[in-house]
Write a protein that binds this ligand. Structure first.
Ligand SMILES: [Zn+2]
Length: 541
């Protein structure tokens, strides 16, 4: 995916909700944001309305209408750009109390009508007195995408695997699982299996138990999705008779979410794969109730405390002497009553109505309409931060940095495009001046690859060449040299062949020889390979 830095948006300071001065400042911020976007989108307006002739790949020139097609952002950024409330879907009019269901029958948001309501409200001649911004979950007049030619703002919203699944539902799910394991006394077993996971190419082995890690990144949560079901299944083995059904439901729920996540990563879909995704999501919603008691928010916790205080206050205080056994029975009964009332309150008040739960229901429709989801992930934007913003910041003199960051990257990008054009002209036999040709030979149009800074794990401190490596393998040096020379003669091109002098072979660095690179086809690809490295682990190859 090509990512080009166009502008840096202003970020206003955080404001409190109550103060009137802050409300006024919030409106000013929204107006400034809208003005900035108007400036950025201005060059798109005329071409989108009238069309422009564009050279197509088949050599023909066609009249095209380039429009803004997608906006990749996390939920809170979408909230600011679409002018909606934080627990509202930017795509459909789902009520807040139904965010945790999977009903899919809500009308698509029509921001043009909202703008019409806003206008009627402003001139004071409204025919829709019953429709208020609160009922629609919007802040009127704050949608920056309104007024773009041929663009429906509700279609700009894209599903985001990073924030919705990895940093959203997976994190919630792990909290529920931790609560569930604690309730059934399986937390230690889970931690033991978690820390004993064996290494595998492309899999990051966790060094600490899940609950010991304070912050999780998207990449780590994606890694977690690959192993959590297996670890949970091992931790929940051999259930008691009362645990059989809850364990089965918990595993079913986690499995459905993990399967949904796996299918959502496909780069191409058929009607069958989309049906699978819908089925997994349905199963997840049907089974998620097993974790309901672990969805205890601060508000519910406060209610539980209050209920407990009331119960203790209302109990009659007897002053007469009671036998210890009777007192114990009374305490047990009181404790049981407290637990029962607490669970009733939790089941009554807890819910799954949060926005990330609802956003999953748009994944399948989005695939049908616009194709796979992986290409819309915010991971691309986050990665581009490093080369486009952080590098520009470092190179700047920290004075009016926004301008310098934007200019620095666009300058480099422009030169690279120019060089690529000249290169392609030269390949077609165009008559270029000798200076340009010389420049093309000396300048590279591709970015230098990142140098791997990670040290190989399991390296022995006293092993640096083949002679030191021999005792590790337990094979004589003659056998190693013979094997290496045979491999080199039969498999390596002449320029990369190994020297055949045993003394030189013995002094070769061990890193050169102890890895075997196995190309494995990337999932759903036919020509792209991942290199899996098989490494020498101690005395066993
Ligand atoms: Zn929605």
């Amino acid at each position: 995916m090509a990512v080009l830095l166009l502008a840096l948006l202003p970020i206003p300071p955080k404001l409190s909700k109550s103060s009137k001065a802050d409300q006024h400042q919030r409106q000013i911020n929204a107006d400034i944001l809208r003005d900035v976007f108007e400036l950025i989108f201005a060059p798109l307006q005329d071409p989108a309305h009238d069309g422009v002739p564009i050279d197509c790949a088949d050599g023909k020139v066609r009249r095209c209408f380039p429009i803004l097609a997608a906006w990749i952002a996390d939920h809170m950024e979408n909230v600011a750009l679409h002018g909606i409330k934080s627990n509202v879907c930017p795509r459909c009019e789902v009520p807040a109390v139904e965010l945790g269901t999977n009903m899919k029958v809500y009308p698509v948001r029509d921001y043009a009508i909202y703008h019409h309501y806003d206008y009627e409200n402003w001139i004071g001649e409204t025919d829709h007195a019953d429709i208020t911004p609160e009922s629609l979950g919007i802040r009127l007049g704050q949608n920056v995408f309104y007024g773009l030619n041929r663009v429906s703002p509700s279609d700009l919203h894209k599903p985001d695997m990073l924030h919705t699944v990895y940093l959203g539902l997976f994190k919630h799910m792990m909290d529920w699982i931790q609560g569930f394991l604690k309730k059934h006394g399986r937390l230690e077993a889970f931690d033991e299996v978690w820390k004993a996971l064996p290494p595998y190419p492309g899999f990051l082995v966790p060094k600490k138990a899940y609950r010991e890690v304070t912050q999780w990144q998207g990449k780590e949560m994606r890694n977690l999705g690959r192993c959590v079901l297996g670890v949970l299944a091992v931790a929940l083995r051999q259930p008691g008779s009362a645990q059989l059904i809850p364990f089965k439901r918990a595993l079913g729920c986690v499995r459905a979410l993990v399967d949904f996540n796996m299918m959502a990563q496909y780069r191409s879909h058929t009607a069958e794969t989309i049906t699978y995704m819908e089925d997994y999501l349905d199963t997840f919603h049907k089974m998620k109730d097993i974790f309901l008691e672990f969805r205890v928010t601060k508000r519910i916790r406060a209610k539980i405390d209050e209920q407990r205080r009331e119960l203790r206050h209302d109990r009659p205080k007897t002053r007469e002497r009671i036998a210890p056994s009777k007192r114990r029975r009374m305490r047990d009964a009181e404790r049981e009553e407290e637990t029962e009332r607490r669970m009733d309150l939790i089941f009554c008040e807890s819910h799954f109505n949060f926005i990330k739960m609802h956003l999953l229901s748009h994944f399948c429709d989005h695939i049908r309409q616009f194709g796979n989801i992986a290409m819309y992930s915010t991971e691309f934007g986050e990665l581009a931060h490093k080369t486009q913003i952080k590098a520009g910041w470092r190179q700047s003199n920290k004075n009016d940095t926004s301008r310098q960051i934007v200019q620095s990257y666009s300058g480099q990008h422009g030169i690279r495009m120019r060089l690529l054009n000249l290169q392609s002209l030269r390949c077609c036999g165009a008559d270029l001046s000798p200076d340009v040709v010389l420049q093309l030979y000396t300048t590279s149009t591709t970015t230098a690859p990142d140098i791997r800074r990670r040290m190989l794990k399991g390296r022995w401190d006293n092993v640096c060449n083949m002679a030191n490596f021999r005792p590790v393998l337990g094979i004589s040096i003659q056998i190693i040299c013979r094997g290496l020379i045979r491999y080199s003669r039969h498999n390596l091109p002449p320029e990369r062949r190994l020297p055949e002098d045993p003394e030189i072979l013995e002094s070769l660095p061990v890193e050169l020889l102890k890895q075997l690179e196995i190309p494995v086809l990337v999932f759903q690809e036919t020509e792209i390979y991942d290199i899996h490295r098989a490494r020498c682990m101690g005395a066993q190859l």
